[in-house]
Design a protein. Structure first.
Length: 469
């Protein structure tokens, strides 16, 4: 029995291993170009989605602000049933009439004087309200002048522009980050391939040295050197593979795709001629078009509008109004109805509110001054950053030209070292050093291209150059 269970378990284990092997062998990496990565990253970016919603909110805020300047029409209706009618106290007019009548008769001598005819004066209860009442009323209001309303419309429009520039700035930064992450993947992939090629060269060299050693043509020391070179390169290759995988994971996070999904960036780190404006013109361009600076400038405009908005609370407000109503009263629901209508103007002005308006104005002025300081500080930072990127650009450009020549020299030196060693006129150390120099020159060239492209990305971001399509 136990033997049968063991056989079934073993068969199940073999099936699962075979299935997983076949499943993993069928997984293919998804190829993605830089353009595709940018489109995917921008469409999936959470911060961009949030900022889009902020723009929509700002658009609705503009509509709301405009709505305050439009006429408003309200309809209200009400019905009342008095369980106990309200009571009013009035003088006793019957007693007053009685006393006045007898007073005149006594005074004229028409009847004999009799003080008992007079009754004491007092108050009597009287209700003038019917038990059931209803009213239906239309109320129309139109603001003729209200500085707060008009300022609010202007402030909401400026805030909308602020939201749009903030959105553009986020898109620009997102694209720059995706480009850098994509190019880093390409760089580390090239580094991995260069180290793999170096390992392959070292293994071929080891095979050659081993063959020569077996024939007694080279010393054991040469063989040991060749073996050490191979073993030293193996962990470097492994580390380059891990670095490449980590860069892919970072790109996946920026694109908001699952980490477990296989991804293969398609492209090369290649040089192209990119012309920069002179530094003075570049600074002027940055100060005019930089998106972060534009955002701050529009924030300053919003702050100015807020100052004027709070100041407008001291200004008068003029409103025209009119209403029409239908009312009815009855004790037994057989309503007697009537209508009334009126039009008028209402002027209001605040005379004193405990210095609240003044305090709000001062707070807004402080916000405005803070934004001004931030703009000045950011302009200085922007100029400094642009000059640094210009320097990085020029340095990388020179490095590319130098490393192109260096690679050709290193390739030639490596071939000469191999030939000399095969002919017995060279030593193993020469081959090792030549291969190391060739590898390093290739790495330096790729790094220079990467630095060149990164400098261009940063400069374009500073200039606010974004293809929003």
């Amino acid at each position: 029995m136990k033997k049968g269970i063991f056989k079934k378990s073993a068969s199940l284990f073999i099936f699962l291993v075979t299935y997983l092997f076949l499943f993993n062998s069928n997984i293919k990496a998804t190829n993605i170009t830089l353009e595709e990565a940018i489109k995917l990253g921008v469409s999936n970016n959470k911060e961009i989605k949030i900022q889009k919603m902020n723009i929509e909110k700002a658009e609705q805020a503009v509509k709301e602000a405009r709505g305050h300047a439009f006429p408003t029409l309200d309809f209200t209706t009400s019905y009342y049933h008095y369980l106990q009618k309200p009571i009013f106290f009035f003088p006793d007019f019957l007693a007053l009439l009685n006393n006045s009548t007898y007073g005149i008769l006594f005074k004229e001598g028409l009847i004999p004087q009799d003080q008992t005819k007079f009754v004491p004066m007092g108050l009597i209860k009287q209700s003038f309200v019917l038990r059931n009442q209803f009213e239906a009323k239309f109320q129309l209001n139109q603001i003729l002048f209200n500085s707060t309303v008009f300022r609010g419309i202007g402030a909401s429009k400026i805030y909308l522009e602020l939201s749009k520039y903030n959105y553009k700035a986020i898109v620009s930064k997102t694209i720059a980050n995706i480009k850098k992450a994509f190019y880093l993947c390409i760089l580390l992939k090239s580094v991995k391939e260069i180290y793999e090629q170096s390992l392959k060269n070292a293994e071929e060299n080891l095979s050659l040295v081993n063959s020569l050693y077996s024939k007694g043509l080279v010393s054991e020391f040469d063989l040991m050197q060749a073996e050490v070179q191979v073993e030293n390169l193996k962990p470097i290759v492994e580390n380059s593979i891990i670095s490449y995988k980590n860069s892919l994971n970072n790109l996946k996070m920026l694109l908001d795709i699952p980490i477990e999904k296989e991804l293969e960036p398609i492209g090369e780190l290649s040089y192209f001629d990119y012309s920069l404006p002179e530094i003075e013109k570049g600074i002027s361009k940055a100060l005019e078009f930089n998106l972060d600076l534009k955002t701050l400038e529009y924030k300053k405009k919003v702050d100015i509008e807020m100052v004027e908005l709070y100041r407008s609370e001291n200004y008068p407000s003029l409103v025209a109004f009119g209403n029409f109503s239908l009312s009815g009263q009855s004790d037994k629901l057989n309503f007697q109805t009537y209508t009334q209508s009126l039009v008028g103007l209402q002027l209001s002005i605040n005379l004193f509110n405990g210095f609240q308006t003044q305090a709000r104005v001062q707070q807004s002025v402080i916000n405005y001054k803070e934004t001004e300081e931030q703009i000045l500080q950011f302009k200085s930072y922007l100029i400094k950053l642009l000059m640094e990127k210009y320097s990085e650009f020029e340095k990388a450009k020179k490095q590319i030209a130098a490393q192109e020549k260096n690679i050709k020299l290193a390739e030639k030196a490596y071939l000469i070292a191999q030939t000399r060693y095969k002919e017995g006129t060279g030593i193993q150390l020469e081959v090792k050093n030549a291969e190391m120099e060739l590898r390093q020159s290739k790495l330096n060239y790729k790094q220079a291209i990467f630095d060149y492209l990164n400098a261009i990305i940063d400069i374009e971001n500073i200039f606010g150059e974004v293809n929003y399509e």
